[in-house]
Design a protein around this ligand. Structure first.
Ligand code: SF4
Length: 216
């Protein structure tokens, strides 16, 4: 396409609770989409709905109308949480990934994280949310959750390291926070967890997070 014919357009991305929304919410969003004649919509890799191709004015107006559906950008916490349907909605699910995902979305840190932190939670070992290539990845087995840290699925991919297995919800939340604290204290701004872990190493991370703790 001739670059001169490409028109700059804007997108609105309602942050839907881990990709989950009620039929009522969907109806409301659809009505708004139709009213604004939105040219295209897309489910993003982060399980969000992107409304594409609008002018700046339309984007501002749409943002106002969709206010209650747009997830506030986390200032101190994680960038986004992907969670699979899990125990509640998937026949293979053995643990409630949506409930754990919600708790992780609400995780608050004492200061802004050094870079984006993406989280994937899967309700069984099939790992549909790709937890091995997320900054924080979690999947369920019959004995409990496995926590993985430092994965990345982008241009320089990295398989994350297993921090601990057989965890319950509370243990996951405590350990995720500890891993993020160690990452915060030992990495430079804009360094993703994958690059941090290449340098720092899983043994050093475990040493820090399990200091004085029997569970490993
Ligand atoms: S990870 Fe397991 S529980 Fe989650 S959607 Fe995939 S198959 Fe279902």
């Amino acid at each position: 396409m001739d670059p001169e014919t490409i028109q700059k357009t804007y997108a609105v991305v309602p942050g839907l609770n881990m990709g989950l929304f009620t039929p009522k919410d969907l109806g409301t969003i659809l009505q708004i989409i139709n009213r604004y004649d939105v040219p295209a919509t897309k489910i993003t890799s982060a399980q969000r709905l992107a409304l594409l191709g609008m002018s700046e004015e339309e984007m501002t107006a749409l943002q106002k109308e969709l206010k209650s559906h747009i997830r506030k950008t986390a200032i101190n916490g994680v960038h986004y949480v992907q969670a699979c349907p899990g125990l509640k909605w998937c026949k293979y699910g053995i643990a409630d990934s949506l409930s754990l995902g919600k708790k992780l979305e609400e995780l608050s840190m004492s200061e802004p994280l050094n870079a984006k932190v993406k989280v994937g939670v899967s309700g069984c070992r099939m790992c549909c949310t790709e937890p091995y290539v997320r900054d924080v990845g979690i999947f369920a087995s019959k004995k409990g959750w496995t926590l993985i840290f430092g994965g990345n699925g982008a241009g320089k991919p990295r398989i994350g390291d297993i921090v601990a297995k057989d965890l319950n919800d509370d243990e996951v939340l405590v350990l995720v926070k500890k891993c993020l604290n160690v990452y915060q204290e030992n990495s430079k701004p804009r360094t993703r967890t994958a690059r941090f872990m290449e340098r720092f190493g899983i043994d050093s991370l475990k040493e820090k997070v399990f200091e004085g703790s029997p569970k490993e």
